[in-house]
Design a binder for this molecule. Sequence first.
Ligand code: GLC
Length: 740
Amino acid sequence: MKKTKHQALCMLLLLGSLLQAEVTIEDKVSDLLDKMTLQEKIGQMIQRMPASGMNSEFIDLIKSGSVGSLLNAGTNNQWQLRNQFQHIAVEQSRLGIPLIYGRDVIHGYQTILPIPLGLSCTWNAELIEKGARMAAIEAAADGIHWTFAPMIDITRDPRWGRIAETCGEDPYLTSILGAAMVRGFQGEILTAADALVACAKHYVGYGAAEGGRDYNTTWIPERQLRDVFLPSFHAAVMAGVGTFMSAFNDINGVPASGNEFTLSQILRGEWKFDGFVVSDWASMHQMINHGFCQDEKEVAFKSVTAGVNMEMVGNAYERHLEQLIAEGKISEKLVDARVADILRIKYRKGLFDRPYNDGRGRDAILSSSHLQIAHQAAVQSAVLLKNDGILPLKKCRIALIGPLADSPFDQMGCWSGDGAVSAVVTPKAAFGERLGANLYYASGIKKSRDIGREGFAEALQAAAKADVIVLVLGEEQSLSGEAHSRAFINLPGAQNELAAALVETGKPMVVVIMAGRPLTFQNISEHADAVLYYFHPGTMGGPALADIIFGDVSPCGRLTVSFPRTVGQIPIYYAHKNTGRPPVPQSLGIPMGTPVDPREDTSKYMDVDYTPEYPFGYGLTYSSFVYENLRLSAPAMKIDGELIVTAEITNTGQFPATEVAQLYIRDLFGSVTRPVKELKGFQRINLNPGEKKRVTFVLKAHDLGFHGLDHHYVVEPGAFHVWIGWNAEQGLQGEFTVVE
Ligand code: GLC
């Protein structure tokens, strides 16, 4: 008994101290609010970009407490400039509230990782967390406090340029990888000098833009919003993300930056999020273009009411909040609540205790350990789509050709503005190191969009001298990312013609595609002996490619987005509904683009197969694997129970390799129609030749649920299929039931 009393006392003391700690931040927030004038409160809600540096007008704004945050303040390495702004805010404004510096640190800072779509193909949450941690260390050392990442939008439309920034099409995978990025950016302790406040963006539904046209409208029924587009954002909240960013798009007619349902009812009401929401770049003001606000005053009213705390580079709050209060349209209490969220994050970041950057930690920028992380991420992001056995290459004479074979800037991909171009190692540099005189290089065409063929002759000469052609094609950086949607997703410029000319030589050919999205390239892949897909791989893309091509390591990436056979198939994704007339395998084999006589009356096209070119989860290695003996711990589980699902996987090849075992389920019948497959688990396993391992998944009934007719989460009893597979189309199938 005595022991229990002692334990209880310790618990009370611990609880008291914890409450004391939590109360401290809240006390500080309310104490500070009490001292602030209305102008100073509104000042915290304004994020500005000091386009013209330290001019006097800008300094006066900071001194008067009219700036809460700076965006892109100075270039990288200008940490002293950022300190200067901070000294003014802390030492020359009335209350000394520190600025919070925001920046797009999306996939690395000066050391650039693969673009997020590439990172997601590693299916390696631990590595992705490590990559975000590295980015935070570099950016924080440079005086940045807050990154506008992770971007955790879901999309099924490769025409959309920002697919490059996503973790692909799947909510479950994006939830896991996005949470890993939040942990990596924010670190164990947010007050640490090398921690960045993370930002879940773009909230919400941005990836559903009509036609894949960036910024376009979205129609998302609440059930789909809750089952597909919200989960990754909820996972970010559960991972402790400090901020959100409201998106550009309107959601069912209500723009995201004025959307009370998403910003207040869901984010704060249901999820209890207590950080702050920044708008996207002028996304508040664009509600006038949307036709949702008549003027800037209504922009301010609808945004602050809906739940946007901070306006990114706009003037609505600055010009109209005071007036709205004076007119009784909004209360100062509402403004207090919006400002309190901002102050809370500034306290949690430790900015009041340590507002300045002392320049320490800068030696980590582009350090060998960081380059090693970028190298590892690039290796694991590469997806082998085809290999007739030519890979890995023995040392031989190689003609390295293509517009992406030696283009450092393009190799970094979108949102790499702080990337050190000089540090990028291209395939040409990496292959040259290995092959010396046995490397023959020619770009063939300068940039991916060039249509000129003047470089073909040089390329053909290089090919003539070589035993094997390695052709590096794809998209230059500017063809993906924000505002870069494409109606055609083929290889641009004269790349197809260059490839055709090289095919004519009859030389064995390995094709590497470096892009910001899935592309269509059957005309090339059918002639290539191997195809490796490489979403812009970042700083170390060259050495990583060499490691793979020459067999130092087997590729292990798996696609996180379905590849369409043609742009006309979009949207095409694995977790689709069955429809009342599902297509049947017998109808497969349609020659691309050639309408065949209509066969069954089912949901498909007459002129292309209904399946993707490459499915979600697909990727080859230099070895081969056999899956056997799927086992379930029971034929049924209770509605609050769980089931163990296992299978044996053997490396039946000659090469050590990593397999990504994927767990899928299908709810066969429901109160609403359910997808034909849903990813519910995955495991990366390394197997040596001949080695066998049993993978084990714990499947909880709770994870089989969805949002029902009343839009509440529900798990329904009934029959399920389950797969442990090597992509969304292939695996060992079992079945089970869920019982009341
Ligand atoms: C851009 C992007 C957003 C980015 C912000 C700041 O328009 O939509 O992702 O973080 O502005 O650069």
